[in-house]
Design a protein around this ligand. Structure first.
Ligand code: NDP
Ligand code: X2W
Length: 336
């Protein structure tokens, strides 16, 4: 049994993780910690079936666990990672604190100093594209939700060196749980309901740095140019990314699909849809799957649609996939 602790259990990502871990046959949840609700039961904080007792983070028995999941905001996660690693405990971090390889890059995209630079670089936890680095790892940076869908959607072409233009346009729509549980004006029901709102457009969203870093690694050093438009969709969960790419004029849609199917042939959590089918949120809701559809709009212009559940493949499910790799379990254990 892997003995785990969870920090940030009252947040959307932490709660989702607990929900999935209940079905994992090789995990025992030793503690769930909460800064604001220590002493309460989770069901007192989030109405639902999980009545896990919540303890104060300072009282977390790190000596009793093999692994902690950090479902905390950026900055707080890095500090907790330092504490856990000093106690010899493995870490899977949901936040962005360990996704960027250098403290300089982190400061550029997050606007403050890195909370634990001595722990950088950490392996980037996208198993389909970085599996070897995750097996047995002591600290894993779980990817951002938007970069997960984007990177899986473009990787086969980047690996093949098949883009004829470095420009990658990513038009993405996210369910509101992606913004976390703390209320904000733009996530208020009246703002979101029956609306579709872009935010952080241009080159300002912090996920552009993460996408660029990982896309460049996948493309073996060739720097992509990414234009990213995130939008808030009036649904609770799911991300649909529509990605526009330039490919050689003589490539057929079948050729592209064969490339994607070959790349993802052994991947249990990537589904390349058949000709004519388009990926929708419904293809991936409440699963750890990323579904990808491919459409040749005209010679040389490919439209990829990538669908994922931001709470599962974009957060808790991917974290469990990473845990399975970390501890040498079958990667699909506890996941669908
Ligand atoms: N929501 C999503 O779809 C995804 C989220 N993530 C990442 O997962 C992490 C958690 O996100 P999410 O669950 O959405 O966020 P939430 O805001 O829903 O939850 C975060 C939790 O962290 C705790 N917390 C808040 N502020 C602090 C603080 N300053 N110090 C310590 N603990 C704090 C709170 O719990 P308490 O007060 O009870 O301790 C809170 O419930 C973030 O880093 C996010 O970027 C990653 C991918 C997808
Ligand atoms: C809808 C929404 O607000 N989404 C978040 C991304 C959520 C996520 O998974 O990313 P992190 O783990 O990097 O926070 C945002 O745009 O910042």
């Amino acid at each position: 049994m892997i003995r785990v602790g969870i920090f940030g259990a009252t947040g959307y990502a932490g709660y989702e993780l607990l929900r999935w871990l209940r079905r994992h046959p090789e995990v025992r949840v030793v503690f769930a910690a909460s800064e604001s609700s220590a002493g309460a039961s989770l069901a007192d904080v989030i109405p639902g079936p999980l009545d896990t007792p919540l303890i104060a983070p300072d009282e977390a028995p790190l000596g009793d666990v093999d692994l902690v999941f950090l479902a905390l905001p950026h900055g707080a996660a890095g500090k907790m990672a330092r504490r856990a690693r000093a106690a010899g405990v493995r870490v899977i971090d949901f936040s962005a604190d360990f996704r960027l390889a250098t403290p300089e890059s982190y400061r550029r995209w997050y606007g403050h100093d890195h909370p634990a630079p001595e722990l950088l670089p950490a392996p980037y936890g996208l198993p389909e594209l970085n599996r070897a680095a995750l097996r047995g790892a002591m600290l894993i940076a779980n990817p951002g939700c938007y970069p997960t869908g984007m990177l899986l959607g473009v990787a086969p072409l980047l690996m093949a060196g098949a883009l004829t233009d470095p420009l990658i346009i990513v038009d993405a729509k996210s369910g509101v749980s992606g913004a976390g549980r703390a209320p904000k004006q733009n996530t208020h029901f009246v703002e979101v309901n029956e609306n579709l709102a872009p935010y952080s457009i241009g080159q300002v969203h912090r996920h552009v740095g993460e996408m660029r870093q990982e896309a460049q690694r996948i493309a073996r050093g060739v720097a992509p140019e990414i234009v990213f438009t995130p939008q808030l969709l009036p649904v609770s969960r799911g991300i649909l990314s529509t990605i526009y790419l330039r490919i050689p004029d003589d490539w057929s849609e079948d050729r592209v699909r064969a490339l994607y199917r070959e790349q993802y042939a052994d991947e249990p959590f990537v589904r390349v849809l058949s000709a004519g089918a388009l990926a929708t949120l419904g293809h991936t809701t409440d699963t750890n799957v990323c579904a990808i559809s491919l459409t040749l709009a005209r010679p040389g212009l490919l439209i990829v649609v990538s669908s994922e559940d931001n709470m599962v493949k974009g957060a808790a499910g991917q974290a469990i996939q990473n845990m399975n790799l970390m501890f040498g379990l079958d990667e699909t254990t506890g996941l669908v």
